[in-house]
Write a protein that binds this ligand. Structure first.
Ligand code: A3P
Length: 314
């Protein structure tokens, strides 16, 4: 309630199932705003915290699983049959940080064992200064070819609004009025600090994760301050993390099957909605060549001169 006036004063747009508000340069679903403000005001990171950040539908669920499996491997060996990721959806293992603040559930954060993992869809510029300043914590970002993001987003939103057209979703991404959009500003908000301070911001691409998951698991573990030891390598622990978090493995779990309930912040979204196809290039089955060229052109123009592109892997 105390945020009613603040929210009402923000520019508003309707996009499919979401009411969006323009907050500090980004279109946030209206219900994210209070949690974002409280997160900005109150969050105080521990030095070994890791914030997992992403644009929606770019690999959040996978990143949560990989980071959790790598960070918690002391307590939960990745090959163990009773591993939490065989019983729980990744969104139920790693909390959405702004949702925690929206719900006044900070005690849950305090109770997490170090290194704490939490995630957000907010752009880097909206993270609290206490995260991004010199004494802050580490941030891992995952992005994805925006064309595949649009396809994934459309399938996801259609779970809540079956008659949503692909073209409508595509157009909202192209003009930036989409949850956490514009996507190019979101990606650049993390790209720039990842170049300036690679020890603080790790920038990953979904396509690179698909190409060589093991190499990226090693990068992730090292970045989090927990590199795999020679003994762990010899025991096959990296491969065990990759296998535990693989698309087929996770999609096949009972907990992630249709009818198994809802996950994390997406209280209204079924857990199986986070596991659709898990490939790169599905855009070709949904977009005309003209649409693909148009979105590529927008992204190319926005990223020009930044050193980042989606045309090839990093
Ligand atoms: P598709 O819809 O293209 O299949 P997010 O987790 O950010 O919501 O992103 C969801 C996308 O990641 C979906 O893409 C989903 O299938 C894919 N995904 C989920 N878990 C994955 C995994 N373990 N490996 C690879 N891709 C995964």
């Amino acid at each position: 309630e105390e945020f009613g006036d603040l929210v009402a004063a923000l520019p508003r747009r309707q996009q499919s199932i979401l009411e969006l508000r323009l907050y500090q340069g980004f279109w946030l679903p209206e219900h994210w705003v209070p949690g974002t403000v409280v997160f900005q005001r109150r969050f105080s990171p521990r030095p070994d915290d890791v914030v997992l950040a992403s644009y929606p539908k770019c690999g959040t669920t996978w990143l949560k699983a990989l980071a959790f499996a790598a960070a918690a491997r002391g307590a939960y060996p990745p090959a163990a049959p009773g591993h939490p990721l065989r019983r729980l959806n990744p969104h139920d293992c790693v909390p959405f940080i702004d949702e925690i603040f929206a719900g006044g559930e900070e005690a849950k954060l305090d109770a997490l064992p170090s290194p704490r993992l939490m995630n957000t869809h907010l752009p880097y510029t909206l993270l609290p200064d206490r995260v991004t300043n010199a004494g802050g914590c580490r941030v891992v970002y995952v992005c994805r070819d925006p064309k595949d993001m649009v396809v994934s987003l459309w399938h996801f939103l259609r779970r809540a609004k079956p008659d949503l057209s692909f073209v409508e979703t595509f157009e909202s991404v192209c003009d930036g009025t989409v949850a956490a959009g514009p996507v190019w500003d979101h990606v650049l908000s993390y790209w720039r600090p990842s170049v300036a301070r690679p020890d603080r911001v790790l920038f990953l691409k979904y396509e690179d994760l698909l190409r060589d998951t093991a190499a990226n698991v090693r990068r992730l573990a090292e970045f989090m301050g927990r590199p795999f030891t020679a003994a762990e390598e010899a025991a096959g622990d990296v491969a065990a993390v990759v296998e535990l978090c693989s698309f087929d493995e996770m999609k096949g779990l009972d907990v992630n099957k249709a009818g198994s309930g809802t996950a994390g912040r997406y209280r209204a979204m079924p857990r199986d909605a986070f596991f659709r196809k898990g490939v790169a290039g599905d855009w070709a089955n949904h977009m005309t060549p003209e649409m693909a060229a148009r979105l590529d052109g927008i992204i190319r123009e926005k990223l020009q001169g930044t050193g980042l592109d989606f045309a090839q892997g990093s």
